[in-house]
Write a protein that binds this ligand. Structure first.
Ligand code: IPM
Ligand code: MG
Length: 355
């Protein structure tokens, strides 16, 4: 099969981690007899510098014409420190999610046996933790209107909006995931305070009878933030709105041991996007120290979800596990004996070659 992949490297460490994922994809494709066709697109601060637009029309076209999008990272400190910046790199990411209709962001959180000692959490608590967070990605406070400032500049507002159809489709998708796993679904909200959360619960209660085999529970987000860390093994599939999902998945990365390890898949109406959950880590850009594994594992999700190639995905995951067992890891995982970003990529590609 010929895989048409749009490559949006973005900012900061984006280009270096994407390069490693591409080495791995190429190696898997050589092994399994597939061909690839990559098309690069500008996004984020790099795109602003070149075109004035963080998600140029040309990039969108490339995404729409591809079978999958591999995405690096977005964000540049030049914009973070300017609260009145007219355009921001992040708005490119949000626009891409909206235009591609990527309403579901799937973030698996797992543990690696060789890394258990790295987690700041006690080994006996995290061992065997295996959950999937499903974050709604195109609604809520990220996109609600109005958003802005009063004329005198002294008042600012964001609006959280959810429509029933948006909640319905993401909750059904979460149930489908639960059906393929341990059949437990936790919906996280703040229904004791927010009207949107109450609509989430109402919608969920209507859908639940269609999935009698799934055990459904509701949990307030503050409580969920505590339980994820205190008792991660109790979770199977978690579904929640955009902002809560953003926060809880960074928190959940602590279970794995490094933010540099968590991949994600964003799926919806058009081409799916595969990206690490971490940001652009500008302090590390160009230093060959960033962990490429979250992006490499995102490529595994790409094989699985975009191309329905489970054995290709498993090959990537096995390579990642092997690199960790062998201690071929970047400094976030082993500061005393670190391997460079590019060398980790080479090692993975070679390991796959040898299988
Ligand atoms: C993420 C990121 C983004 C988000 C930022 C960069 C806009 O934190 O993908 O989790 O908040 O969605
Ligand atoms: Mg985030």
């Amino acid at each position: 099969m010929n895989l048409k992949i749009a490559v949006l490297a973005g900012d900061g460490i984006g280009p270096e981690i994407i390069d490693q994922a591409i080495k791995v994809i190429d190696s898997v494709c050589r092994k399994k007899g597939h061909t690839t066709q990559y098309r690069k697109g500008l996004v984020g601060a790099t795109a602003i510098d070149n075109t004035g637009n963080p998600y140029p029309e040309e990039t969108h076209r490339i995404c729409m014409e591809s079978d999958a999008v591999l995405f690096g990272a977005i964000g540049d400190p030049r914009f973070d420190n300017d609260p009145r910046a007219r355009v921001r790199p992040e708005s490119g990411l949000l626009e891409m999610r909206k235009k591609l209709g990527l309403y579901a962001n799937i973030r698996p959180v797992m543990t690696f046996p060789s890394l258990l000692h790295k987690s700041p959490l006690r080994k006996d608590l995290v061992e065997g933790a295996d959950l999937v967070a499903i974050r709604e990605l195109t609604g809520g406070i990220y996109f609600g209107k109005p958003q802005g400032r009063s004329e005198d500049g002294n008042t600012a507002y964001d609006t959280c909006v959810y429509h029933r159809y948006e909640i319905d489709r993401i909750c059904r998708l979460a149930f489908d995931f639960a059906m393929k796993r341990r059949k437990k679904l936790t919906m996280v909200d703040k229904a004791n305070v927010l009207a949107t959360s109450r609509l989430w619960r109402e919608t969920m209660q209507e859908i639940a009878p269609d999935y009698p085999d799934v055990e459904l529970e509701y949990m307030f987000v503050d409580n969920a933030a505590m339980q994820i860390i205190q008792w991660p093994r109790r979770f199977d599939v978690l579904v929640t709105e955009n902002m809560f999902g953003d926060i809880l998945t960074d928190e959940a990365s602590v279970i794995t041991g490094s933010l540099g390890l968590l991949p994600s898949a964003s799926i919806g109406l058009h081409t799916s996007v595969f990206e690490p959950i971490h940001g652009s880590y500008p302090q590390a850009a160009g230093k060959n120290i960033a962990n490429p594994l979250a992006t490499v594992l995102s490529a595994a999700l790409m094989f699985e979800y975009a191309f329905n190639m489970k054995s290709e995905a498993d090959l990537v995951r096995s390579a990642v596990e092997a690199s960790m067992t062998e201690g071929v890891v970047t400094e976030d995982i082993d500061s005393s004996n670190a391997t460079g970003t590019s060398e980790v990529g080479d090692w993975l590609a070679e390991w796959i070659e040898k299988q």
